[in-house]
Design a protein. Structure first.
Length: 170
């Protein structure tokens, strides 16, 4: 009679052999050289971006009469702009321009700059002036500093009323 060699294979040894066979099979399918994956990069058109909708702006008041009192000069008025969708940290550009050569703006200096919106979407600049005649004044024009934040402009005109009673020094 012939003796048969009986080989006992444990579960652990069977899993090792199976893992080795699967690993060897997977490696034979690889190319000898690694190739760089192809990536396409670009920029989405504006309608495809995930950013918030552009903001709109509105000035506080279209026209405002200035108080003119020689005993109180210089006088400070506030020009402000509000953006909707209210967002803090948006830079708003302002430009102060004269309606005549009379009078002078003390501040802001220079007459253009930026103001940052607060959490309510409000930005402001204080304008200090003196020596404007009746009917004269200035205009503050507001716009977005970055066109990606929004578009449009608004103006706020400040005028010394012609009917104003100016207190004269006696």
């Amino acid at each position: 009679m012939t003796e048969e060699n009986e080989i006992k294979l444990s579960r652990r040894d069977a899993l090792k052999v199976l893992g080795t066979v699967i690993g060897a099979t997977a490696l034979t399918g690889l190319t000898p050289e690694w190739t760089k994956p192809a990536l396409a990069a670009g920029e989405l058109p504006s309608q495809g971006r995930l950013s918030a909708a552009p903001h709109t702006l509105s000035c506080d008041v279209d026209d405002e009469d200035l108080e003119s009192n020689v005993e109180k000069a210089p006088i400070t008025v506030t020009s402000g702009v509000t953006i909707t969708l209210a967002t803090s940290g948006i830079l708003m550009q302002y430009i102060v321009s004269f309606s005549s050569d009379d009078g002078s703006i003390i501040s802001p200096n220079p007459l253009s700059g930026t103001a940052t919106t607060n959490a309510a979407g409000y930005a402001k600049v204080d304008v200090e002036y003196k020596d404007f005649s009746n009917g004269d004044g200035f205009t503050v024009t507001w716009s977005f500093d970055d066109s990606d934040d929004g578009t449009g402009t608004c103006e706020q005109t400040f005028t010394v009323p012609s009917h104003n009673n100016i207190n004269k020094l006696h």
